[in-house]
Structure formats: C-alpha cells, structure tokens
Design a binder for this molecule. Structure first.
Ligand SMILES: NC(=O)c1ccc[n+]([C@@H]2O[C@H](COP(=O)([O-])OP(=O)(O)OC[C@H]3O[C@@H](n4cnc5c(N)ncnc54)[C@H](OP(=O)(O)O)[C@@H]3O)[C@@H](O)[C@H]2O)c1
Length: 234
C-alpha cells in the first residue's frame, strides 16, 4: 500500500509549474496537493490515482501567503517552488528581486514553519550568490537561504535555458529556443522538469542536499515515465 504524500506547489500557472502540476496529478503515486496561486488553474487533468486530491488556494496576492492565518504546507510534507518572474515582466531588477528572491524565501520559510520536511526548488544553472550576473546572484542567494532554513531535505533543480511553449510570447525566448534546441545542450525541456519534480516528490532523496542539473533532471523524468508505464497508466 502506498502512502499519500502532502505537497504544496507555488508557481503552478507557469511553464515548469504547469508541467509539475500535470505530472503530479497524473502520477500513479497518491498526492494530497495544495496549489498556491493568484490565478485560477485551467485544464487540470483528472488524477489517475483515486486517492490524489487537489486543493487550489487562490490569493489576491501571494505576498500575503507567508503571513496568512492558514498554513501553506503540511507537517512532514513537501514544498515545491516553480515561482519566478523576469525583469521585463516585473518591471525592473528591484521588482524582480522582490519576487524571485524575497517572495520565494518568505514562502519557503512559512512552509518550513508549517512543518514541511522537504523543499524542492527550481533554481537555475549557473546560480551563485557571488555571481556578477544579477539573475544568477539572486538565484544563488535564494539557494543559500533555503539551505539554512532547517528543512530535512533540500532538492535544488538547476535547469538550463527552459524549452517549452508558453501562453505568452517572450521575444528573446522565441529567438533563442531554436538555437538551444539545435545545440542540444545548456537547455532543459520544461516537461522534463515537471516530470522530475513529480518523481522527486514521490521519491524524495535521502540526502540532506541534492543539486540536480539537466542530466539528473532527465534521469528523474525517465524514472517518472517508467513508473507510470509499470503501473499501466498513460
Ligand atoms: N526561463 C528560463 O529559461 C529559465 C531557466 C532556468 C531557470 N529558470 C527559473 O525557473 C523558475 C521557473 O521558471 P518558469 O519559466 O517555469 O516560470 P514562469 O513560467 O514565468 O512562471 C512563474 C510562476 O510564478 C508565478 N508568479 C510570478 N510572479 C508572481 C507574483 N508576484 N505573485 C504570485 N505568483 C507569481 C506565476 O504566476 P502567474 O501565472 O500568476 O503570473 C507563475 O505561476 C523561475 O524561477 C525561473 O527564474 C528559468
């Protein structure tokens, strides 16, 4: 008999978060999934495990969630962040830092306070708290902050340039995706990130800290699909 895993997901309306949501719901493993979002979810697949349950927690503004009266994560559960933005969408680097670093850190701290045991974070290849690049520096800073929050296990995914269709057009991404696909490296398929997250949520690593680059992400995604095939689900 498999046990149900309590999971909280932030960023489910985004590219990697959307694939994570789909992969968790269509996993043979049973999840009690709570999604923290400021937008309604569209087209959520029917869970294939009858014990899997989805709760959508809709906020006017996710910045209120860290101090909300309701807990965001369950004791012993898993907190997953696919939350982030771009400088262009946020309207500048200061605003981007408020979301990519401050909001992510505050949500993770709240999940830890609520008793979450494991944090799975979508960071970025090249993340480093000492990087000269603003983006890589705030990603690295967030990693450092999450590592010392006291989670039993921290899993950091460091994908390369993300490949996948977004509802909105991003000018640079539109130009760069074919180039990265042609190169066949320095990039990660967003669908693999989502499948890897569902695999890791069902099979959390025993190590206190795991850092996964594209090769490990692909490997976890493969194991997710193998487990599904073995269970007879599509
Ligand atoms: N793009 C790349 O090539 C790349 C490469 C490596 C790593 N990364 C990193 O990987 C992570 C996931 O990337 P992604 O492309 O999957 O992200 P994405 O598609 O841009 O989605 C971001 C998610 O964060 C949410 N979000 C953003 N600002 C918010 C706010 N102020 N309040 C509440 N929710 C907010 C979005 O919600 P809404 O839908 O409501 O906006 C969405 O669910 C990010 O941290 C990103 O920096 C990206």
């Amino acid at each position: 008999m498999t046990t149900t895993t309590a999971v909280t997901l932030a960023g489910a309306t985004g590219l990697t978060g959307g694939f994570s949501l789909k992969s968790i719901l269509t996993s043979p493993h049973a999840f009690d999934l709570t999604v923290l979002t400021r937008r309604s979810l569209s087209d959520t697949p029917t869970p294939i495990n009858p014990s899997t349950k989805l709760t959508t927690r809709l906020y006017n503004d996710l910045f209120t969630a860290p101090t909300d009266e309701h807990s965001i994560a369950q004791p012993g559960g898993i907190y997953i962040s696919c939350l982030g933005t771009t400088r262009a969408k946020a309207g500048g680097t200061a605003q981007q830092e408020k979301i990519d670093l401050d909001l992510n850190r505050d949500l993770a701290a709240r999940a830890k306070k609520d008793g979450a045991d494991t944090m799975i974070l979508v960071s970025s290849g090249g993340a480093s708290a000492t990087s000269r690049s603003f983006y890589l520096r705030i990603k690295g800073q967030l990693e450092e902050d999450v590592k010392v929050m006291g989670f039993g296990h921290v899993v950091i995914l460091r994908p390369g340039f993300l490949l996948g269709e977004r509802p909105e057009k991003r000018f640079f991404e539109g130009l760069a995706q074919p180039v990265f696909r042609f190169l066949g490296k320095f990039s990660s398929e967003a669908t693999n990130v989502g499948a890897a997250i569902a695999y890791l949520a069902a099979n959390p690593p025993s190590e206190k800290l795991s850092v996964l680059y594209d090769a490990e992400i692909v490997s976890c995604a493969k194991q997710y699909h193998e487990a599904k095939a073995q269970s007879g689900s599509k």
